[in-house]
Design a protein around this ligand. Structure first.
Ligand SMILES: C[S@@+](CC[C@H](N)C(=O)[O-])C[C@H]1O[C@@H](n2cnc3c(N)ncnc32)[C@H](O)[C@@H]1O
Length: 381
């Protein structure tokens, strides 16, 4: 069977690339503007695996492909025209995605972003995104996933948005019978009947954690978080003997003395000490019995402090890799300092691999069915 081809936009260090490889997709083109990310990508996937530069300069040179992926940077849309709840996205990187989809018309797309996109500006941003994507003749579905549900010790909620050309169906990729049983009364009935969906453009308010959109209409509902892979604690991914350079300085240890010991859990994160009396009066210290808070591109070196045994330290770059589900050496082509930012920006491959699998499995079932139908036909004649 011919492999599906994929293109990875805003590729970073290749979170989608790992998922694509895992699912048998052939990634034929990738792009990122950041030199360090591109260096890491090339080190893992080959010298010609990625094009470095501003995506605006490459829109016309992207090859035809079946599957588009991308964790696009979240930029504010303009408020013009907001009265209808639809903002102007022209000039943003989201517009680039719309242009590429319109030009290349791949069978599938898979996008990822911060989950706050659903409620930011009272839903205006997400409404604009849904409206633009559904005008391109795709059936769209989204769901909020947490990295912690995929065997990773991190609270990281992201919205995954998928599109397919399966526009004549209201079948869901992400809703399981268990989800359906948990939906509020009547919602399942609405999901299965297009005519009861709401118009995207005239709707208002925030969006819920799951939804589908098609032909200018949408349906949205809150679904419970599910555990797809067994949970993992932060303590089980820690390095045995990290270099003392990751430890706190004496000055920091002094400051911890004025922090308040609380030992409570929030979103699965163990908080041992709370800062008391303002920013210069002690620190928040996390424990390792729970999971890590969301890793970001900026907080790593200065704000995240953990107590591991009797040491107070920050996490190592290798621990960042493990918490995001990358191989330990994935970012070896750059300094440990740069690695924090790259991992903090990345998508956990396991999370998008799950979503990709859902789309691909249906695709292969479709191709198999076509092949069987053809054999049936041959037998008849
Ligand atoms: C949220 S990160 C995506 C990370 C990626 N999914 C991963 O797993 O590493 C967004 C990426 O978009 C890239 N980017 C931002 N502006 C860009 C542009 N104009 N053209 C190409 N890439 C851009 C950034 O360098 C960054 O790597």
């Amino acid at each position: 069977m011919e492999r599906l081809t994929s293109v990875e936009l805003f590729a970073g260090i290749g979170g989608f690339r790992i998922a694509a490889d895992e699912n048998g997709l052939n990634t034929i083109w990738a792009n990122d503007i950041d030199h360090t990310a591109v260096t890491v990508y090339r080190n893992n996937f080959g010298e010609n695996s990625i094009v470095e530069g501003d995506i605006h300069d490459y829109i016309d040179s992207i090859p035809d492909h079946d599957f588009l992926t991308g964790g696009f940077p979240c930029q504010p849309f303009s408020k013009a025209g907001k009265k209808q709840g639809i903002a102007d996205y022209r000039g943003t990187l989201f517009e680039v995605i719309v242009q590429i989809l319109a030009k290349k018309n791949p069978r599938y797309f898979l996008l990822e972003n911060v989950n706050s996109l659903l409620f930011m500006d009272n839903g205006t941003h997400f409404r604009t995104i849904l409206s633009a994507l559904s005008k391109l003749d795709y059936k769209i579905e989204w769901r909020v996933f947490n990295a912690a549900s995929f065997g990773l010790p991190q609270h990281r909620e992201r919205v995954v948005i998928v599109g397919s050309k399966d526009v004549d169906s209201s079948d869901s990729y992400f809703l399981s019978p268990e989800d359906e049983a948990n939906l509020a009364e009547g919602v399942v009935d609405i999901v299965s009947r297009f005519e009861r969906w709401n118009a995207i453009e005239t709707s208002s308010g925030k969006f819920k954690t799951w939804g589908m959109a098609n032909k200018g209409l949408f349906v949205s509902a809150d679904v419970l978080e599910k555990q797809y892979l067994p949970p993992v604690k932060l303590s089980s991914v820690l390095e045995d003997a990290p270099d003392p350079s990751f430890d706190f300085t004496e000055d920091t240890i002094e400051r911890i003395k004025s922090s308040q010991y609380v030992n409570r859990y929030f979103n699965g994160v163990q908080i041992l000490y709370n800062q008391s009396g303002g920013a210069r009066m002690g620190y928040s210290i996390f424990g390792v019995d729970g999971i890590a808070p969301t890793l970001t591109a900026s907080t790593s070196r200065h704000y995240e402090r953990y107590q591991v045994g009797n040491r107070f330290r920050r996490l190592t770059n290798v621990e960042y890799a493990r918490i995001q589900g990358f191989p330990d050496q994935h970012c070896d082509a750059t300094t440990p300092y740069n690695q924090y930012k790259l991992y903090g920006n990345a998508v956990p491959p396991k999370m998008v691999s799950y979503a990709m699998k859902k789309l691909i499995n249906k695709e292969y079932r479709r191709i198999e069915k076509q092949t069987y139908d053809m054999f049936d036909y041959l037998e008849v004649i």
